[in-house]
Design a protein around this ligand. Structure first.
Ligand code: IMP
Ligand code: MG
Length: 184
């Protein structure tokens, strides 16, 4: 399609990869496992903004333990579809994690750059324990290995949006996980 500038306008479309009910079913299973693994403890969930917000709230509601939340925002240098090894903290945690049981919540692990940086940085703050939890994992794209304790779904090498995940800040509020494609 031609845009007003006369340039070719690329059309985007989204097709459902994981329907909402399937995502929520998996979230329930993950919450049950976390509840069992941390029985008797208090847990601090660290939500990595902005993509993990939707997943974090659905998960937190279903964990049957005392849960605290804190938020961190990082930006990885790269373009809209790929991160690089360099990560910058845009918003740090509000509170100390020293002596706490910490679970870092991510939307997706792709190259592993973001989480491997975060994990090392947070470990230096001396939590009692620290583990990683991600809704989605693209293992075929891994460049840096990261020890993921809880993973919702392994997905193929496609660019996905929805349930918090964006493309140029759009599509986050879709209730399902969809594959974004560009057709001209
Ligand atoms: P990594 O550092 O390469 O592991 O990338 C992780 C970050 O890249 C995620 O937190 C997302 O913000 C973004 N990302 C990677 N793959 C996708 C995708 O398929 N859709 C949307 N965002 C993605
Ligand atoms: Mg993003």
């Amino acid at each position: 399609m031609k845009g007003e500038s006369g340039k070719e306008r690329i059309m985007e479309s989204v097709s459902v990869l994981i329907p909402e009910e399937q995502v929520l079913q998996r979230v329930r299973e993950m919450a049950a496992q976390i509840t069992e693994d941390y029985a008797g403890e208090e847990l601090k969930l660290i939500c990595i903004l902005k993509g993990s917000v939707f997943f974090t709230t659905e998960l937190a509601k279903r964990i049957n333990l005392p849960v605290k939340l804190d938020f961190m925002s990082v930006s990885s240098y790269g373009n809209e579809m790929e991160s690089t090894g360099r990560v910058r903290i845009v918003k740090d945690l509000d509170e100390s994690i020293r002596g706490e049981h910490v679970l870092v919540i991510e939307d997706i692990i792709d190259s592993g750059h973001t989480l491997s940086f975060l994990l090392e940085m947070l470990k230096s703050r001396q939590p009692a324990s620290i583990e990683l939890c991600t809704l989605l994992d693209k293992p075929s794209r891994r460049v840096v290995s990261v020890p993921v304790k809880y993973s919702g779904f392994e997905i193929p090498d496609e660019f996905v949006v929805g349930f918090g995940l964006d493309y140029a800040q759009r599509y986050r509020a879709l209730p399902y996980i969809g594959v974004l494609s560009f057709d001209d």
